[in-house]
Design a protein around this ligand. Structure first.
Ligand SMILES: [Zn+2]
Ligand SMILES: [Zn+2]
Ligand SMILES: [Zn+2]
Length: 254
């Protein structure tokens, strides 16, 4: 199985519109980050998209301009669902299968009402929403996916386990039941916003403490803010086996 990081930035991306800080002006390509999203390629060639943010069109043009089997959504914030409409041409005429929590299902109906209108309207995206439940596995593209409950501030959202990969974004707290479901996993992808604390995302110290509880063989950090600093400098703060992901990085998971 392979995972390609389509985007590794927080909700603003980096550079941040209107910001002229050193990181936003960095010429190191690892300091440019689109909104967080990833593409999983299964051993049989299945394609599973994790989140469909507002940079989706540019990300897929760059990394996978071809159909996908389904989308698994972590939560309904704009930086994770702002690109759902762009799935339309990729999956025409069959439509897209989207897997999400019940509240995300409701939110997608609200933010994309024209996709769910009873009256026929030509060329709108055909979206099939599948409601999934915490710790209840389901099948997609020939693999089993386990939704992991995590907290994003006060908002319950989902991480996912796919084989030897665990993918968690936008978490503040990973509860014991999810830790137990991914303990000593091969590859953990987890969010780390910046050095300073934040009410709705783990900072670096909290991410490293969570990694220490899960004890994966290796961990990749995602959903970084420009306030994390230059990747080359912030990387010196990481213990062995932990690294910052960057846009376009592809890793293999056995
Ligand atoms: Zn986010
Ligand atoms: Zn900046
Ligand atoms: Zn969020």
């Amino acid at each position: 199985m392979k995972l390609t990081f389509l985007g590794t930035g927080t909700s603003t991306g980096i550079p941040v519109l209107g910001c002229h800080c050193d990181v936003c002006r960095s010429t190191d390509p690892h300091d440019t980050r689109l909104r967080t999203s990833a593409l999983v390629t299964t051993d049989t060639g299945g394609k599973i998209l994790i989140d469909a943010g507002p940079d989706l069109r540019a990300q897929l043009l760059r990394h996978h301009n071809a159909p996908i089997d389904g989308v698994i959504i972590t939560h309904s914030h704009y930086d994770h669902v702002g690109g759902v409409d762009d799935l339309r041409t990729l999956t025409y005429p069959n439509g897209s299968d989207i897997y999400c929590r019940h509240d995300v299902n409701d939110d997608l109906h609200r933010v994309l009402p024209y996709c769910f209108n009873d009256k026929y309207y030509p060329n709108i995206p055909k979206l099939r929403l599948h409601t999934i439940a915490e710790l209840t596995p389901f099948e997609l593209a020939g693999v089993t996916i386990l939704p992991l409950p995590v907290m994003h501030g006060a908002l319950p959202i989902l991480g996912y386990r796919i084989g030897n990969l665990a993918y968690i974004t936008d978490a503040t707290v990973v509860p014991d039941e999810s830790i137990n479901a991914i303990k000593e996993i091969d590859t953990l992808v987890i969010n780390a916003l910046r050095i300073a604390p934040n009410p709705t995302h783990m900072n670096l110290e909290q991410s490293l403490a969570t990694i220490e509880r899960i004890k994966p063989r290796r961990a990749y950090l995602i959903h970084m803010s420009h306030q994390m600093g230059f990747e080359a400098e912030a990387s010196r703060l990481l213990p062995p086996g932990v690294s910052f992901a960057h846009d376009g990085l592809t890793i293999t998971i056995d």
